[in-house]
Design a protein. Sequence first.
Length: 202
Amino acid sequence: LFAGPCDFIFASAKSSDLPVIGPPEIAFAGRSNVGKSSLLNALTNRKTLARVSNTPGRTQQLNFFALGGAPGAERLRLVDMPGYGYAAVGKEKVANWSQLMRDYLKGRASLARVFVLVDGRRGVKPLDEEMFDLLDHSAVSYQVILTKYDELKIAERDDVLAATMKALEKRPAAFPEVIFTSAHGGEGIPELRAAIAKLLAE
Ligand code: GDP
């Protein structure tokens, strides 16, 4: 699944423009700078993916990629959601972005899971909680990934993991396992791939 190409399929800037439902989708969300581009590159063994998503004009869109086959014959779609919490983005853009997210998350039958990236050094912040709220209300299954594992000392890893588990405890749509990753050292990437492969098998 991850050894082959991961081609760009489609960018959606508005909800009337979402691609037709096809194979299962997994989406990646998180505040800007959380390490989403780095993780997606590590996950798919390529550099072009994040470059595509970071092209000016595409950063506020949902970017769809094909995994496990060329576009049209893919087994899985990877959806890169726009990073949130970037201070320089105006109110109107934030509103557009929220609407697009809401519309995508509402009744997307092919959406298997959203991976929500949380910065391992910061832990769960109010903006992350807002994302969890949206996913809980949309009844979309989500799993938290703590990033930048390599930056943390052992005790800090334990603390942020415990605090994250606690933040997810009473959340109905949250998957009870948290994955720790490092795009730099590669920790957690095999676990993330296994979690994705398992979703496909379900
Ligand atoms: P994005 O805005 O969420 O796409 O984040 P990027 O992937 O562009 O990363 C933001 C910053 O965090 C960059 O300076 C990266 O080098 C750094 N970063 C990303 N992943 C890791 C990681 O696993 N470990 C460390 N130490 N830094 C990381």
